[in-house]
Design a protein around this ligand. Structure first.
Ligand code: SF4
Ligand code: SF4
Length: 102
């Protein structure tokens, strides 16, 4: 692998995008079969997306900026899959948490 292909940021020591806004982890292009795999305890009461505690997704474990993990990684919503380390959404979330963006 070329060195330039290495990720800029390590999501497992970040989690900023998972604790950015309750509007963030919403369901969008998933089909019902996909959504059925997400444990109900993590789903918002109106079923519009992930249940959040304040701005933090309820499926996020750990401490933002130190060590984090998605509790439903294999079945996480599409918006979560689309957020790429180093992308605009990522940088916005990292900045909001005072984490390095370079
Ligand atoms: S903000 Fe960026 S680096 Fe942090 S968890 Fe999200 S995608 Fe990964
Ligand atoms: S479902 Fe997982 S990846 Fe998506 S916001 Fe919640 S903790 Fe983050």
């Amino acid at each position: 692998m070329e060195e330039s292909a290495a990720p800029r940021f390590d999501c497992q020591s970040c989690g900023a995008c998972c604790s950015y806004s309750s509007e963030w982890p919403r369901f969008s292009t998933e089909d019902d079969a996909q959504l059925d795999l997400i444990p109900q305890k993590y789903v918002a009461a109106d079923e519009s997306g992930m249940r959040c505690d304040g701005v933090r997704c309820s499926a996020l474990a750990g401490e933002v900026g130190k060590s984090t993990a998605c509790g439903i990684y294999e079945v996480r919503p599409d918006v979560c899959r689309a957020c790429m380390p180093g992308g605009d959404d990522c940088l916005m979330a990292r900045k909001a948490h005072g984490l390095p963006t370079l």
